[in-house]
Design a protein around this ligand. Structure first.
Ligand code: CMP
Length: 139
């Protein structure tokens, strides 16, 4: 995957609250092109693998439960400086610390149910995008 791409998930709380359209509008209005996108649901094995880096953290069981409880929107996004610019757009992990106007400030419930995921590096963007999409699903 090119380094001008990032990976995102609109998490189960965003789907449950009917916020898919509003969040996608903010993403596209901020200049991101949708390269790949689907509504899907992670299995427990998927969530444990995707978030394997956090497996020793105390919140890991809660994270797996949350991420598997309903559908998510998975997407690959393209823009110059995608990883950094998307993390700026979504705001801090904890919505209480997120800047005004960011997606987490507007739509997140809490640090655990924080509405959206954004890759933290070009390397992880490529790994996470390939976790959810085959080459034939990227446009
Ligand atoms: P995300 O950016 O997708 O990466 C890891 C996720 O773990 C994070 O969003 C939150 O959903 C969750 N998380 C991170 N820190 C905490 C925490 N202190 N307590 C509960 N959940 C957390």
């Amino acid at each position: 995957m090119a380094t001008n791409r990032t990976f995102t998930m609109l998490k189960p709380d965003s789907v449950e609250k009917g916020n898919i359209g509003a969040i996608l509008e903010k993403i596209t209005a901020s200049g991101f092109r949708i390269v790949a996108m689907k509504l899907t649901q992670m299995t427990t094995a998927d969530a444990k693998a995707f978030y394997g880096i956090h497996s020793e953290r105390p919140f890991f069981p809660e994270l797996v439960e949350y991420m598997t409880r309903g559908p998510i929107v998975a997407a690959i996004l393209e823009k110059e400086n995608a990883v950094e610019d998307f993390r700026t757009l979504i705001g801090a992990t904890n919505p209480a610390d997120a800047a005004e106007g960011t997606i987490r400030k507007l739509f997140a419930n809490s640090i655990s149910e924080n509405a959206v995921h954004g890759s933290d590096s070009d390397e992880n963007a490529a790994i996470e995008g390939a976790f959810h999409f085959s080459g034939r699903e990227m446009f």
